[in-house]
Design a protein around this ligand. Structure first.
Ligand code: NAP
Length: 322
């Protein structure tokens, strides 16, 4: 990555294609783990080729362009931004950010980006819990979790989250309005923890982690409960043969439980509706984002590792330039 970064540091290299963009901000996301290892085939995106910069959701500034729709200085979102200070990018996937907007740029990678949209699909479209429902969300302090919890609270639910440190438990309660939370590193028995935090059972579980926690949730679901699976980060560093199995599926039969995985990309036809609702919530301060912005392209690797060590707080973003 460093090699690519220094090569691309020189914006005077000749270019063909639509234009050169300088990267300002890049999102750091768990799915990269699966794509880099290639362990899960093409489940998410194809494995990145060797000796090429990996890509992620980024925000850049156009330096030069041969495409009439883009001018020098335009700020654009690119879902396939190379992790490089400068890059030549095709125009196909670029979306301009309105220069008059008063929304801070990092929000386009969090509440108005993939994490916010994923949380919205999970809570508003798939889960759609009734007021008073008992909602459980894992990885509650992260990108998806923080917005999912806030959206569920706006729907009048009782919301409990699990996360990886006591500081994060405090954060989800103080800043995101979660009713309760627990640190899964300190709970030796998830069954006991879930019985304590859900005396009336779970109506909706937004699963971001998979593994043992998902298995134990199945013992605490109510009749007609819904389990919406966004991701399984606890399994991303394992090979498929060593992944934790789920044994308590019988509860799905006896309790009419629906379990459903999804990719936010399958709901892009609803992105406009999402963006409108989310922008309103942000302006009304009904949804509050929390960002961990690390400085410099060199911090990308450390930022990526932080997704797997509970050491981050909120949505992890790397600021490459201003
Ligand atoms: P994130 O929550 O900001 O970061 C990942 C978090 O996962 C970490 O901060 C860590 O928080 C937690 N974690 C790491 N290893 C864990 C483990 N072994 N057990 C339990 N928790 C662990 O990342 P995100 O982008 O919002 O993604 C959250 C989940 O949503 C991931 O599973 C991701 O793959 C998924 N996702 C799905 C879609 C979709 O379209 N379906 C889109 C985006 C993201 P703790 O401090 O809590 O450990």
């Amino acid at each position: 990555m460093r090699g690519n970064g220094s090569f691309l540091r020189n914006p005077r290299i000749p270019f063909i294609g639509v234009g050169t963009a300088s990267l300002l901000l890049i999102s750091v996301d768990p799915y990269l783990r699966s794509t880099i290892t290639g362990r899960d085939g093409d489940l998410y995106l194809p494995r990145p080729p060797l000796n090429k910069a990996i890509t992620g959701f980024g925000i850049g500034r156009v330096v030069r362009s041969k495409n009439k729709n883009f001018n020098e200085g335009d700020i654009v979102i690119n879902p396939f931004s190379p992790v490089a200070e400068y890059s030549i990018v095709p125009a196909d996937f670029l979306r301009k950010i309105d220069p008059t907007t008063d929304i801070a740029l990092p929000n386009y990678l969090s509440c108005l980006g993939v994490p916010g949209f994923t949380a919205w699909v999970a809570i508003e479209v798939l889960g759609n819990p009734k007021p008073g429902s008992n909602v459980f969300i894992s990885a509650a302090a992260g990108g998806v979790g923080m917005f999912a919890g806030q959206l569920a609270k706006l729907k009048g639910c009782r919301v409990v989250g699990s996360t990886g440190s006591n500081d994060k438990v405090q954060l989800i309660k103080d800043e995101f309005g979660y009713d309760e939370g627990f640190n899964y590193h300190e709970e030796s028995d998830f069954d006991v923890a879930l019985a304590k935090y859900f005396p009336d059972g779970i109506d909706l579980y937004l699963d971001n982690v998979g593994g043992k926690l998902l298995d134990d949730v199945l013992n605490h679901v109510n009749k007609g409960a819904h389990i919406v699976i966004s991701g399984m980060i606890s399994q991303y560093n394992t090979i498929p043969a060593e992944r934790e199995g789920v044994k308590n599926l019988m509860n799905m039969v006896g309790k009419d439980v629906k379990m459903q995985g999804f990719l936010c990309g399958s709901y892009l036809n609803q992105f406009g509706e999402f963006a409108q609702q989310m922008e309103k919530y942000i302006k009304e301060e009904k949804i509050k984002p929390k960002h961990k912005i690390n400085q410099g392209i060199e911090s990308f690797f450390e930022s990526f590792v932080s997704l797997f060590s509970s050491s981050n707080l909120g949505k992890v973003i790397v600021q490459v330039a201003t």
